[in-house]
Structures are given as C-alpha cells and as structure tokens.
Write a protein that binds this ligand. Structure first.
Ligand code: ACO
Length: 460
C-alpha cells in the first residue's frame, strides 16, 4: 500500500467551558497569568454523563456515520488515552459495541498508554499494520481522547478535554511521510498517575517543561540528521525531497500543546536549533552570534528565550499559530492535543490546492517520558473518495460546534463539577444527574454504572 495516512477524521467538542479570564479572578492570580502567561482563552469541562468511553464512542460512531464506512470494513482499531477507568479492560473493547452488532469481531488492536503519547503510539501501530504482511486490505481507525483534570493549584488552568477518531488507510490526502521518524524516550518523574484512587496526576510542572524542551531538541536533531541521510541514500523510495531540513522546509510546525505559550516557546526553541546550525534561511549576520553555543546548556536561560521568541515571531505566526485554535479554546487534551493542532492548521487554510505537496512537522510528547517527531505531507488524491477538502469540512463542523454550541459555566460551577467527579470516581451504582439538554443529536452519553461497575451508554 502506498500513501498511508489520514483519510477522514471526527472531533469531539465537550459541551461546557470556562473562561480563563474568569478563572484568573476566581483563583486570585494576577490578571493575564492564564490568558497571556499561558496563552489560554477557554478550557473545556465535561459534565457527569461524559466519561472517556462516551467521548470515544461518540467520535467513532460519528466517523462511521459521516464517512459511510461500514463497520465490517475496519480491520484494526487502536486507542490512545491516559484517562484510565479500568486496570485491565481496554477502552478498545468498549468501542467493540459499535462493531459486534454488525457482525465484525475481527478487529485487531488495544489501548496504548503513556501520558499524552498514547495517541501517537496508536497511530504508529495502525501504520505498521497496514504496511505489514498481516494487513488484510481493510481500514484502520485510531481513537484517542482524554479528560485532563488537575487538582486545585497552578496546574488546574492547564486542564481540558477532547477526543478524535482518525480513519487510516492508503491513498490518503494527509500522508505519514515514510523513512524518517525521530524518537526520544527516558525514565523521568515529571508527570505521572501513581495513585490509582485519584483522578489527578502528580506533577512537577517546571520539570515537565524542561523534559519537554530537551526531548524536542533531541528529536529535532535526530529528525534532521535522519532525513538528510535518508535523502542521500534512499532518494528513490523516500517522499522526502529537500536535502537540508530546517523550519523553512515546513508549511506548519506543530507540537503537543499543554498550553499555547509552550507551543510558541517550542517553535522558538527549534529556531534556536536552526540558528546554532546556521541554517541558510537565516542571514549570517544573525547566526554569527549563536553558532558556537551548545543547545544542551541553554535550558533555563530566560533572557535568551525572550530574545529568540522575539526573533521567531513571524515564523510562529506562519507555521504554528494557525494550529492553535482548538488548544487555545479547549485546553490540554492530552493524547489528541497534537492532532487538534493538525486539524486547526488544516482548517485555517482556505485553499486546499495550496497545501498539496506541503509538509507538516509534528512533535508528540508524553510525560514519563516518550516523545517522537515525524512529518505528514498533504496530497491531491486520485480515485479516492476521501479528499483534503472533505477532511477540512469535518474539522469546520467541529469548529462551528466550538464557536456556537458550547455552554459557558462559571469557575465555581467548574469547581463543583470537578469535586463531584472526584467524589463519584468509582462510586457505584451511579446515575449521572446533570440535564441532557447540552447533548447534541448523535452524542453517546453515560446512562448509568451498575453495582458491578458495568457502564451503560445510550445515543442521544
Ligand atoms: N501576565 C502575563 N504573564 C504572566 C503573568 C501575568 N499577570 N503572571 C505570570 N505570567 C507568566 C510567567 O512569567 C510565566 O511565563 P514564562 O513561562 O515565560 O516564565 C507564565 O506566565 C507561567 O507562570 P508560572 O509562574 O511559571 O506558572 P506556574 O508555575 O504557576 O504554573 C505550569 C505553570 C508549571 C505550566 C503549571 O500550570 C503546570 O504545572 N501545568 C501542568 C504541567 C504541564 O502542562 N506541563 C507541560 C508538558 S507535560 C504535559 O503535557 C502534561
């Protein structure tokens, strides 16, 4: 199979949100800390009839409805999440409800878990299946989602929620570029969930940012070296075209986005890498000052950070900012965060023809830690019903829900909902009590949990 990539997608937009400016007042922090310091506008909140399975069921069921793909045409389903409700039973098995009624139980794949990286691990599995001798010609689907909540304190405004389903197969309009992928994995306690009775992570926020940044450096160096080697030795099989890779190679440069400001800092950080490498798109008069620096020694230099953020503003506006619309208005979605950035970028481009042949660089980070950098390329499809324009239309539908169909709640209601979620976590039997009016037709919601912890869902 050639040109394996994303054929179609479906995004979840939680029904409730809180304004970050209201949260600043409520939390009694200085005005601008969340809206300017973190760069966030709104944060998605889930009601008590939304749980991780209802989010994943909803996007998968909508993906099947919207694309008209019959459940029997799916041969693999991988899930990425870190919102665990069971230590053994995967969310993938819950999603099988949508297949069993259609006489399809032959669906490979299970859950992938490592903080925000699980979605990327799920995608890699789906690609590998299609490219392997085990592929039976059917589509793969990847579903990823999380309800990101933090205990009260400085991390709480970096919560959020979201889920998406991706239809993966050959002859796609957004192709995973072959031949080049960078990975950096290590053992760190920056963000983890060791307390199995708690919804909340244990998090060392500043350590997590340092780990994120050095993983970014390592992956970028590896990606650039590999793609250059790849170009030199495998030009005939690779889709990579330019010899030296740097920020100017890509139409967009997108990151896992816990909050918008970190994406801006990350773009600036890659620009610093390019400065030190004296990449030809930057005038020599500028690179001169940086060319002998050692990037590894520059993790906590705030003055330098400000300087390069300033210098890379235009690159940020072009290549990263168009990818931040969902993140800025929904918050950190953990596993799907990077992919919402990809959706946001694709939605921002009015003319799909201009995207053909353009490459997009993606950086995935999950604490603990697991990280990868890879790229996708947009293409005009031939003899395939899944086009880039269609992909853009599904994202625009989600954009419309985001802009027009959400309900604002106040920070004290948000606190109340989070407290109830905490208290009801693993309490059985359970029946959600919030009104269903906020649900949209086609949403799958949690109806009840019985005394044996079995969850029941219904379609609205
Ligand atoms: N106006 C403008 N900017 C402000 C204001 C203000 N009134 N007040 C503070 N700021 C700036 C700060 O200067 C700082 O900027 P800097 O990042 O350039 O230094 C920024 O706002 C944040 O302020 P801090 O004091 O650093 O914030 P705090 O330490 O309270 O928390 C943190 C921030 C660490 C990100 C916290 O929210 C957290 O722990 N989040 C969860 C962990 C996380 O998201 N990690 C990212 C990678 S791992 C993952 O995805 C889970």
């Amino acid at each position: 199979p050639s040109s394996v990539g994303i054929l179609a997608c479906e995004l979840y937009i939680p029904s409730l949100y809180v304004e970050q400016s209201a949260l600043e007042i409520y939390d009694n922090v200085s005005k601008g800390k969340y809206t300017i310091g973190l760069g966030q506008q709104r944060m998605s909140i889930c009601s008590d009839h939304e749980d991780i399975c209802s989010l994943c069921l909803t996007v998968l069921s909508r993906l099947l409805d919207e694309t008209g793909v019959h459940p029997q045409q799916i041969g693999r389903l991988d899930v990425g999440t870190e919102t665990l409700i069971d230590k053994a039973k995967s969310i993938k098995t819950v999603l099988m409800q949508l297949f069993v009624d259609h006489d399809n139980t032959a669906v490979e794949g299970a859950d992938n878990i490592n903080a925000c990286y699980g979605g990327t691990a799920a995608i890699f599995n789906a690609i590998h299946w299609i490219e392997s001798s085990f592929w039976d010609g059917r589509y793969a689907v990847v579903v990823m989602g999380d309800i990101a909540v933090y205990s009260k304190g400085s991390a709480r405004p970096t919560g959020g929620a979201g889920a998406c389903a991706l239809l993966i197969g050959p002859n796609a309009p957004v192709v995973f570029e072959s031949g080049c992928r960078a990975t950096h994995m290590a053992h760190v306690y920056d963000f983890y969930k060791p307390n199995l009775n708690s919804l909340y992570p244990v998090v060392d926020g500043h350590l997590s940012i340092q780990c994120f940044t050095s993983a970014l450096d390592t992956c970028y160096t590896q990606y650039c070296t590999k793609s250059q080697m790849n170009h030199e030795t495998h030009t005939h099989t690779s889709t990579l075209t330019s010899r030296e890779v740097n920020l100017s190679t890509f139409a967009a440069v997108l990151f896992h986005t816990p909050y918008v400001k970190l994406a801006q800092k990350s773009l600036a950080r890659l620009y610093l890498n390019d400065l030190i490498r004296a990449c030809p798109y930057i005038p020599t008069a500028i690179t001169e000052k940086y060319k002998n620096l050692d990037i590894r020694t520059l993790l906590n230099d705030k003055d330098l950070e400000r300087e390069i953020i300033d210098q890379s503003k235009e690159l940020f506006e072009q290549k990263t900012a168009p990818g931040l619309y969902f993140s800025q208005n929904m918050g950190n979605m953990y596993t799907p965060s990077l992919y919402y950035s990809l959706f946001s970028f694709l939605m921002s481009q009015p003319n799909e023809e201009q995207l053909y042949g353009r490459r997009i660089l993606l950086f995935s980070y999950g604490s603990g830690l697991a990280s990868s950098m890879y790229s996708v390329v947009c293409r005009k499809v031939h003899e395939c019903r899944f086009t880039l324009a269609q992909l853009q239309r599904s994202i625009q539908r989600a954009g419309h829900r985001l802009d027009h169909e959400r309900v604002e709640i106040t920070p004290d209601i948000m606190d109340k909902l989070l407290l109830e979620r905490e208290e009801n976590d693993h309490k059985v039997p359970f029946i959600p009590k919030q009104p269903n009016e906020i649900l949209k037709s086609g949403d799958i919601y949690l109806k009840s949990i019985d005394k044996n912890y079995r969850r029941y869902y219904d379609k609205f």
